[in-house]
Design a protein around this ligand. Structure first.
Ligand code: 8OZ
Length: 364
């Protein structure tokens, strides 16, 4: 019997992939003026096109969705044209690429918002901590709770962003419902204290997610759409009183749409520990499951063999090793990631990580 390996192909919804190694979405703060993807981003993603699938950094669905400097958007023509350079570069190198659709909700700052307005959220609950702004770190402010009608308008913006992504040449879209951003703020009860149809009961907390999913699959097709969740990640001051139940229900609902995949950030960001029972999430979803967070070649291979995942998303390893697939194939050495160049800056720490094969670096 042939073993499933990281290097075996897989059909991801409507999209065939050459291997099961996914480049995880990572914010790199290198968009150009107007939050437009430029040539430097096209080069970075092209260098990583041997991943079975690339998932881009979060890309805002609206000006209100912005939470960090120099992060790309997908809500106007210039941004679509910018991303077209990226998708062309990746496709030219034989890769596949999904865009991650993002609205940060309360994880923003008036200085990043249209007209200097406060950020929006399900409820007026201020996150602990500080926002990354163009003027440096500044304390978070109390967000404004969205009106019910505004929520419906944001759902429509997700659908439009998916159409824009299609026009930009992406192979699909991942809905970012993880890590304490807007959709996650609706899912978890620390941040959702509403008592309309979008909060109160668990059923109501799940409504915004399911409406966004329904709008996006209608705009594109279920086989081109994935969703990312992070049930126990406390990043961005998040918590839920009963995460196993909340996310069991979310996974069961998501399982009914025939999505391309469910992408799970397991555990706390950058930790190997898992407190929740992910088997319950996998079984309730029932479709293609992409695991993420702290996997090595060995633990990834083991997860595939034990049917704890169908694909593995690698973040920092892909950031620092454009040819991670080849390095894993050869059991080659890995470059070390330079944390000081993760967020913002130029080509340094972005497009200058070396390839094993120096000739490849020149054409990359
Ligand atoms: C780290 C720094 C900035 C943004 C996420 C988009 O957690 C992010 C992010 C992570 O999904």
């Amino acid at each position: 019997m042939s073993q499933i390996s990281l290097f075996s192909p897989i059909q991801l919804g409507r999209v065939p992939l050459e291997n099961r190694m996914v480049m995880a979405p990572m914010t790199r703060n290198r968009a150009e003026q107007g939050n437009v993807a430029g040539a430097m981003m096209a080069k970075y993603y092209r260098q990583r096109a041997t991943a079975g699938l690339i998932i881009t950094e979060g890309s805002q669905i609206s000006p209100q969705g912005v939470g960090y400097p120099a992060t790309p958007g997908i809500h106007n023509e210039a941004q679509v044209a910018g991303w077209r350079k990226v998708t062309d570069a990746v496709h030219d190198a034989g890769g596949r690429i999904f865009i991650q659709l993002w609205h940060v909700g309360r994880i923003s700052h008036p200085s990043l918002q249209p007209d200097g307005a406060p950020p929006v959220a399900p409820s007026a609950v201020k996150p602990a901590g500080e926002a990354y702004t163009y003027e440096g770190l500044q304390p978070f402010v109390t967000p404004r709770a969205l009106e019910t009608d505004e929520i419906r308008a944001i759902v429509a913006q997700y659908a439009q962003a998916a159409k824009n992504a299609q026009a930009a040449g992406f192979d699909g879209a991942e809905i970012h419902a993880a890590n304490g951003y807007l959709i996650d703020q609706f899912l978890r009860d620390r941040t959702n204290q509403r008592n309309d149809e979008y909060g109160g009961s668990l059923e109501s907390r799940l409504r915004f997610l399911t409406e966004v999913v329904e709008a996006v699959i209608q705009a594109w097709s279920p086989g081109h759409v994935g969703v990312r969740l992070s049930p126990e990640n406390s990043f961005n001051d998040m918590a839920d009183s009963d995460p196993q139940t909340t996310f069991n229900n979310a996974c069961e609902k998501l399982g009914k749409y025939g999505l391309a995949y469910l992408h799970m950030l397991e555990g706390e960001m950058l930790s190997a520990e898992r407190k929740l029972d992910y088997r319950q999430f996998i079984d309730r979803f029932g479709g293609t499951y992409m695991a993420n967070n702290g996997y090595t070649k060995q633990t990834a291979q083991q997860a595939l063999e034990e049917h704890r995942a169908d694909l593995i998303a690698f973040g920092i390893p892909f950031l620092a090793n454009p040819d991670l697939v080849e390095r894993f194939r050869q059991d080659g050495p890995l470059n070390e990631a330079d944390q000081s160049t993760f967020y913002g800056g130029d080509e340094h720490g972005y497009t200058d990580y070396p390839f094993l094969d120096k000739a490849q670096a020149l054409t990359g």
